[in-house]
Write a protein that binds this ligand. Sequence first.
Ligand code: NAD
Length: 322
Amino acid sequence: MKSALVLGAGGFIGGHLVKRLKKEGFWVRGVDIKFNEHAETEADDFVIGDLRDQAFCRSVIDRNFDEVYQLAADMGGAGYIFTGEHDADIMHNSATINLNVADIAHKRNIKRTFYSSSACMYPAYNQEDPDNPNCAEGSAYPAAPDSEYGWEKLFSERLFLAYNRNHGLSNRVARYHNIFGPEGTWDGGKEKAPAAVCRKVASTKSGDAIEIWGDGLQTRSFLYVDECIEGTLRLTRSDFEGPVNIGSDEMVTINQLVDIVADIAGKKIEKNHIPGPTGVRGRNSDNQLIQEKLGWAPSQSLRAGLEKTYEWIEWQVRRNVA
Ligand code: NAD
């Protein structure tokens, strides 16, 4: 039986990845500092602990797993990453985890690892035009991410690729672009735009307004979590080390995102634009490289993913009110 290790398995993407690996017949160990708040884990073994601690990290990477997925990070939406208040923690916590994982995976002779970088590592100067952002993989340098979260991702993707070059690690690097779906953070300050919009629409009466940070004209693309997992597995099992974008290229403004969710909910929702952290002006996944290297790219519509996500978040909102 094949075995896999999912670091960050108590998180949103990690939880979905565990489910998928179980469906494929893997024996799975999940590791996280906490359990997933939204779903029971399907991992065969789930270990709670702090991956910043080298001894703990060594104790969970204790055998020759066929696949190791490193998704653990100090992470959140714009309300967490872009305010500046958490910069030191974000950099210290995530870099420490990655330094530990890369080195221990190498010393345990793990043959295939995966690291999730982020579109936040792309230079801010290429994302000022909301209609025409450039996020092709080759546009990463000269580096100028707009957040310390992005700088840490850039450092860590280079770290894993350096272990590939110098120590024969066989790591794959993906740059995720705004992943969303059910069983993700939807309130509390770490949620991202699709979840926040779904929550606001679900808890607002038709005809009323919801608050939107900025003018809502900033553009983004959002990828449904099942497609993210599909891309992650395809990349991990391929001969291409990356970095490669895993994202949707269906770009929308935040105002359009609200309109789609309102339409799904069957509500008329007004927008009240207020000051808030918004990040870069425009961002979209460029899928040329993934198509070329893997012969595959995400294709599901944003609306299809939002329908499933809204249904789940609306249920959470109702449960919380009851
Ligand atoms: P998440 O926050 O839901 O999951 C990350 C998990 O890491 C959490 O469960 C957290 O408890 C765990 N973790 C943090 N510090 C830890 C520690 N010291 N020891 C053990 N576990 C620890 O985030 P996610 O959305 O599932 O993202 C997974 C990965 O993908 C992260 O690396 C993230 O940066 C990256 N990513 C996500 C997105 C997205 O849109 N969700 C976009 C780009 C990149």
